[in-house]
Structures are given as C-alpha cells and as structure tokens.
Design a protein around this ligand. Structure first.
Ligand SMILES: Cc1ncc(COP(=O)(O)O)c(C=O)c1O
Length: 386
C-alpha cells in the first residue's frame, strides 16, 4: 500500500523495498522462526540461513565470510569500528573531514570530548574536494592514526578516492575506515583492491529493509565489541540476530550488484535530464553543490542544487512536499528553527540561497524528473518545462 502519491526523490535517505527482497524474507517470517543460537533443529536451520547470507555478502564485495559482521545499519557499524579501534589498538589521533556523515563526525567529536583522541580535520576546497597533501602531512606527523573518510558523500555526492587514501594509510601504517553507506550496492566494492580495514553498508540504501547493515572488518584490525552480551556475530555483537534483515540485506545487495550497469545507466540519464532541465530554466542562477553536477565525479544517485535568492527559500522543502515532491537537503543556514546542513556550511555555501538534494533510484522515471522541475519552476515563479 502506497501511503503518499508524492514523487519520491529522496533515495539517499532511504529506498523503497524491492519486491524480490520481500519474497526472500517471507519464508523466514512464516516458517523458519528458530533462534540461530539454539542447537536443536529449528535453530540449526536458521543458523545455516544466516551463514549463507553472510557468505553471499562476503562474495559480493570480494571478502571472506569471517570479515562480515551484521549490525543494525550504517551508524552502528561506524561506531563499532571507530570506537573499537581507539579502545582496542590504542589509537590517539583520528584524521577525518567535516564533510562526513554525523555517524562518523559526532562519534569522533564524542571521543575528543572524553579525552580519548585528538581529531585532525582535512582541508578541502569549496567543492568539497579533499586535500590529500594535507592528509599525507598529517600521516607523517601522526603515523599510527585512524583515518575515516567516506566513499560517497550523502549530501553533495562527491566520490572520494578511497583506493588512493587506502594506499597512503598503508604506507604510514594507519588504520583506514571508510563509510561506504552511499556506495554499497551502487558501486562494485572490491575489498581485495581497497586497502580499508573497515567499510560499512546499510540495506535500506539499496532497496533492502531498514535496521540492518553490516561492517566489513579485516582480521588484523579486529576490535572489541560495541554491544556486549551474548556471543552472536562471533562475539562482536550481542543480541538475537535480525534474521529477516540479514536475508533481506543479502538479497538486496545481490540484486543491486547484478543489475548495477542497467540501474546506473537509467539513473544517470535521469540525473543528466534534471541537470539539463534546471540549467535551461534557471540558467546561471542555479548552482550545483559540491561535485554533484559533474556526472563522472559524483554519485549518480545524488544531485544537490543551490537555488537563487528568493522568498521561496523559506520552507523550500515544505513547499516542494506540498507540491507533491519528496526531497531533502537544506541550506547552509543554521539559525532558528531551520537546522542547516553542516556540509553546505563547511563549503561556505551562501545561506541566503535555497538548497535541495534530489536523489534517485531505479524506480524513478523521466516523468518524475519533469514533474519535480515543473514544481521547482512554479515555486520560483518561472515558466515550467512541460
Ligand atoms: C554516508 C552515511 N553514513 C551513515 C549513515 C547512517 O546509516 P543508518 O541510517 O543505516 O544508520 C547514512 C544514512 O543516511 C549515510 O548516508
């Protein structure tokens, strides 16, 4: 049952479930209810299903099943590795950037607040491109650090060169964690090539269920658990497993990667169409935040627009919502009730301009894009596109 008729262009926040994912989860809900920790037949059959899901995920990212730990999602995975590496390996310096998701930046800030680490924030330019020379000089000063740099930025879509960053970390014997929440299921991630000690995934970003994710962790970087309790997840995460979620996640990742080229081509066409339409309508008055306007250097799923100064900028997302378009974002403003985007603020984006993030999935159509741009034109008193 669809609850709203709005055109959904907020797929970086979450994606609709794939029907095949639901079909894969149903037998678990209807028949296989055993607790995988039980040693009797009911438990054993579910244990086998869980281990198969782990194997599927491992194979899809060219890792070993022993390197995959199921969690509740991106936030828990980031916390587990970042906090764990500090506690377990005595790390005292963390190098990261102000453009990270709060799951990473707030975790680091909390560690700093409790006097556990010193944080070093990487320089970047006004497009959000990270300064790798700065990274190198920080690594020279603080060799045994933790570097936490995301792969694809959830707000501005920038893709960071994690293979190169992994090489730099390896040269300086630093731990490397990458928040890959926005690229998992949308890019081929080969853990034989990326020298990260940890990457993460959240199923709801690639048409899987919410509340389930995973952390990939290399053996040599093994950390203490973040959630203690039972011996589930090989003593890395206590608590009875979210079995439906694990099966749904594995199926969603499999479907996403199997159809990757086709989905990418379709979504890229939608993004290119939106870029063309807004340029035609708004001309120079529109800007693309970060690298999101560059099809080769940004996530094909994300387009972040900076709109002209206009009275419509107040409550822009609300107006879009009322017009039938679900999108998100927010300007650089952080005063009053309007909570601004920390990423746009870090890019010194003009708070008087409106900003909106459109994010796409395989389920969107050209019609959705025309509709959304038409609504933007109406809100900004422009002639519509269709
Ligand atoms: C880059 C990034 N990291 C982490 C998260 C948090 O993931 P979750 O909501 O699954 O905890 C998100 C979700 O928006 C994200 O985009």
């Amino acid at each position: 049952m669809q609850t709203t008729k709005n055109v959904y262009l907020d797929n970086a926040a979450t994606t609709p479930l794939d029907k095949e994912v639901i079909a894969a989860m149903l037998p678990l809900m209807e028949q296989h209810f055993g607790n995988p920790s039980s040693t009797h037949a009911h438990g054993r059959e579910v244990r086998a299903i869980v281990e198969q899901a782990r194997k599927t995920v491992a194979e899809l990212i060219h890792a070993k099943p022993a390197e995959i730990f199921f969690t509740s999602g991106g936030t828990e995975s980031d916390n587990t590795f970042i906090r764990g590496v500090v506690e377990t390996h005595g790390i005292q310096h963390i190098i990261s950037s102000h453009l990270e998701h709060h799951a990473v930046s707030h975790t680091i800030e909390d560690l700093v607040k409790h006097g556990k680490v010193q944080a070093h924030w990487l320089n970047h330019d006004e497009k959000g491109v990270l300064d790798l020379n700065h990274l190198e000089s920080l690594l020279q000063k603080h060799p045994k650090s933790l570097v936490s740099i995301m792969h694809g930025n959830n707000e501005i879509g920038n893709i960071n060169p994690i293979e190169r960053i992994g090489d730099l970390c390896a040269q300086h014997k630093a731990y490397f964690h990458s928040d890959t929440v926005q690229t998992m299921g949308h890019f081929e991630l080969d853990m034989q090539k990326i020298k990260a000690h940890s990457v993460v995934g959240a199923a709801h970003k690639f048409h899987g269920p919410k509340g389930i994710g995973f952390m990939y962790m290399r053996k040599e970087a093994r950390v203490q658990p973040f959630i203690t309790g039972g011996s589930q997840e090989r003593e890395m995460r206590g608590g009875t497993e979210n079995v439906y979620g694990m099966v749904g996640l594995a199926k969603a990742l499999e479907l996403s990667l199997k159809g990757l080229e086709e989905h990418k081509k379709h979504i890229l066409q939608l993004k290119a169409l939106m870029i063309r339409l807004v340029k035609e309508r708004f001309g120079d008055r529109i800007q693309f935040n970060g690298l999101s306007g560059d099809l080769d250097k940004s996530l094909y799923t994300v387009l972040n627009l900076s709109l002209p100064e206009h009275e419509a900028n107040d409550m822009l997302l609300f107006k879009l919502d009322l017009s039938g378009v679900s999108a998100s974002g927010g300007s650089a403003c952080s005063s009053g009730a309007k909570i601004g985007s920390h990423v746009l603020q870090a890019l010194n984006s003009d708070p008087k301009r409106g900003a909106v993030r459109f994010s796409f999935s395989k389920f969107n159509t050209e019609k959705d894009i025309y509709f959304a741009v038409d609504k933007l034109c109406e809100i900004y008193d422009m002639v519509s596109v269709s």
